[in-house]
Design a protein around this ligand. Structure first.
Ligand SMILES: *Cc1c(COP(=O)(O)O)cnc(C)c1O
Length: 424
């Protein structure tokens, strides 16, 4: 059987793991160890030469394990499995999504450089860009989902640092309103400013679409970043992150990870491997449920607008429809909607939910609801909030794997109570 031809979901239980190396255990054990014993001193010397880049790994040279900050079987097998979904050459896992994002930014930018990023980005990323990177004299230019390539290029030129553009970081679809960004357009902007000596890195935070529904590397991205806390972990019980890309770029990222020491521990790696076995069935069900929930919201009199990729695919602009067709394999499982009224009605709705939990985060097996304006996006500039439709009547839902009829029944009863609340 040609393993290379199998779909990723068929390989998540076994890929990269040899039972004979672990007493025949069918599952990869948790290698809860800080260090590994060398067979002899010469072997230790050889492992270190390669790990520290003193020499290249020889063809057919088997490399062993050294120390769990550098490598550990639970991390390496997990990384190999993650590569299958995005068809990436290499992967590095981190102790959080934020550590994956910040390590990539620190590796590929220097003081004096310029970062182009899509707005809105995840709150933590936004904070890092505007506070920590600024302290390093790394400036940033933001752009919105509907801006044209020409407008963005002009803005970069006007920044006075066009020759120092080092990185483009985007999120699509945007959180929480599902606004779309064309990855191929960003690759063209990158090509416009790239020169023979200067490489620009295009990174896509693909957390919202998980590894199943969008594959940024195929559209010209250099790096894919994930908060593995979300769909990859999928059970709201672990914080983790991942970065994927070419061998060359990942070699640099892994190098910095070794010295920052922000790799995941073996236990987290093991949990994520367990999660990957059900990634496809979970995400398929979540997307199916979201379709039903969106349909219900579309037809509810107490709901003004529904932000869901399935709606954009039907009623969006031609440009948006084209991006959906090219970039997305699913409409995802994130829905935001405007409730009729304002904060009072939105809060009454959230406080009335019973099955759906009032919590931030997304992508887990249980459905969650939150209020972006006062919670996940509280930090965003007031003016930006208006531009990005993050108003007091906006509610965000992450749809889980429950029976969709029960999710809808919960939303329905909470919307009813919201009406009573308004009258009282
Ligand atoms: C949650 C999230 C992050 C941060 O991930 P952590 O695992 O919490 O560090 C980054 N980007 C997006 C889009 C997220 O949703």
């Amino acid at each position: 059987m040609d393993y290379k031809k199998l779909q990723p979901e068929s390989l998540m239980m076994s890929y990269g793991y040899k039972p004979s190396l672990s007493e025949g255990a069918i599952k990869c054990p948790i290698f809860q160890t800080s260090t590994f014993v060398f067979n002899n001193a010469m072997e230790g010397k050889r492992f270190f030469e390669v790990a520290y880049g003193i020499r290249e790994q020889e063809k057919d040279e088997e490399l062993g394990l050294i120390y769990s900050r550098l490598n550990n079987p639970d991390l390496e097998i997990l990384e190999n499995r993650l590569c299958l979904w995005d068809k990436a050459e290499d992967c590095a896992v981190f102790e959080s999504g934020m550590s994956a994002i910040t390590t990539a930014m620190l590796e590929f930018m220097e003081p004096g450089d310029l970062l182009l990023y899509s707005r809105p980005v995840y709150g933590g990323t936004d904070h890092f860009i505007h506070n920590f990177l600024k302290k390093l004299n790394i400036e940033s230019v933001g752009f919105l989902a509907n801006e044209s390539k020409e407008e963005i290029i002009k803005r970069i030129e006007e920044s006075g640092r066009a020759d120092r553009l080092a990185m483009i970081h985007i999120e699509t679809p945007a959180n929480p309103t599902n606004a779309l960004i064309d990855i191929e357009m960003c690759a063209e902007i990158k090509a416009h400013f790239e020169t023979g000596e200067k490489q620009i890195v295009l990174s896509v935070d693909n957390t919202y679409m998980g590894p199943l529904w969008q594959h940024p590397l195929k559209h010209g991205a250099d790096l894919v970043l994930y908060s593995a806390t979300k769909y990859i972990g999928g059970h709201s019980d672990v914080i983790a992150g991942a970065c994927l890309g070419s061998k060359e770029l990942m070699g640099r990222i892994k190098g910095l990870r070794t010295f920052l020491g922000n790799m995941t521990g073996p236990w987290t790696g093991w949990l994520l491997m367990r999660s990957l076995e059900t990634l496809k069935v979970r995400m398929d069900q979540q997307a199916k449920n979201a379709e039903e929930v969106a349909e219900f919201l579309n037809n509810h009199p107490k709901v003004e607008a529904v932000y869901y990729l399935g709606n954009t695919a039907k009623n969006g602009t031609d440009a948006d429809k084209a991006i959906i067709k090219r970039q997305f394999k699913s409409y995802g499982a994130m829905i935001a909607f405007d409730i009729v009224g304002g904060e009072k009605e939105a809060f009454a709705f959230l406080d009335s939910l019973q099955l759906i939990k009032l919590a931030v985060s997304l992508g887990g097996t249980e459905s969650l609801a939150e209020h972006p304006q006062t919670m996940t996006h509280a930090d965003v500039d007031a003016e930006d909030k208006v531009v990005m439709n993050i108003t007091e009547k906006l509610v965000r839902l992450s749809i889980g794997v429950e029976n969709y009829k029960d999710i809808i029944a919960d939303i329905e009863q909470a919307l009813k109570l919201t009406i009573n609340h308004r009258l009282s």
